[in-house]
Design a protein around this ligand. Structure first.
Ligand code: DC
Length: 235
């Protein structure tokens, strides 16, 4: 029997392990993985490099105009088992994870025209299904008919601690309080913005992973995915 492929949308707060879960789910299922946050980060990096963000305020016109010069692609690196993000062919994976980009990405992601173009590319990526995509508006806006929607969350302190350790491991000098403030600020902007705010889709299942291991989250999600695939096969 041919197994029907599904779309898996994973939304939730910053730094709660969405990408980690999405990546391992995609690997287990042989699906494509797209990190939609990386796309907003690339636009932010491009704007920072061009000096279009001053004191946290993006020059909207310039950012929108500059979108035509950006091509975002992803490449799965077999050796490192990492998904790598490219801006016009340049590997920017490490640069887009730096604190300066994290501190400026939320205002960029409130620009409707930027979102419009990102959503277009995201839908294109999912047109054949068999995809796991993580972000803030995947189950609500990008794929409102996704077969499986997971809404992830964890306490701000736990999320900040995880990001702190991640950046430390990469050798970056960071203060825990600064990270916590960034996590809380992004929650406020992401949930409060006018365009596509972060909110749980009515049909999403909540996964609070504050006290769950990665393996437990993966097993739980695989079970949910298999249930949905069976439903699709029966329909
Ligand atoms: O998942 P992340 O932390 O890498 O996302 C970076 C930022 O991009 C986040 O602050 C909100 C924004 N974002 C968004 O608005 N919509 C998405 N689908 C994904 C991310």
């Amino acid at each position: 029997m041919i197994k029907k492929k599904i779309i898996i949308a994973i939304d939730g707060h910053s730094s709660c392990g969405k990408s980690t879960l999405a990546k391992s789910l995609a690997r287990e299922l042989g699906y494509i993985y797209i990190d939609s946050g990386a796309m907003y980060r690339v636009v932010t990096l491009h704007a920072l490099r061009n000096g279009w963000i001053k004191n946290g305020q993006p020059d909207r016109e310039k950012v929108i105009e500059g979108m035509k010069d950006i091509k975002i692609t992803f490449h799965w690196d077999e050796n490192t088992e990492k998904n790598t993000t490219f801006l016009n062919g340049e590997n920017v994976e490490d640069e887009i994870r730096q604190l300066e980009v994290s501190q400026n990405v939320s205002p960029i992601s409130t620009i409707a025209e930027v979102r419009h173009q990102m959503v277009k590319q995201q839908r294109e990526n999912g047109k054949n299904k068999g995809i796991v995509m993580d972000g803030r508006d995947i189950g609500t806006v990008v794929f409102p008919r996704a077969e499986l929607k997971i809404f992830m969350t964890a306490s701000p302190e736990i999320r900040a601690q995880r990001r702190y350790l991640e950046l430390k491991e990469k050798g970056q000098e960071v203060e825990f309080d600064e990270i916590l403030k960034n996590v809380e600020d992004r929650d406020t902007i992401d949930s409060g913005r006018e365009v596509s705010p972060l909110k749980k889709a009515d049909d999403a299942i909540v996964l609070d992973n504050s006290y769950l291991t990665r393996e437990q989250q993966l097993q739980w999600s695989l079970e949910r995915a298999k249930e949905k695939m069976e439903e699709e096969n029966e329909s």
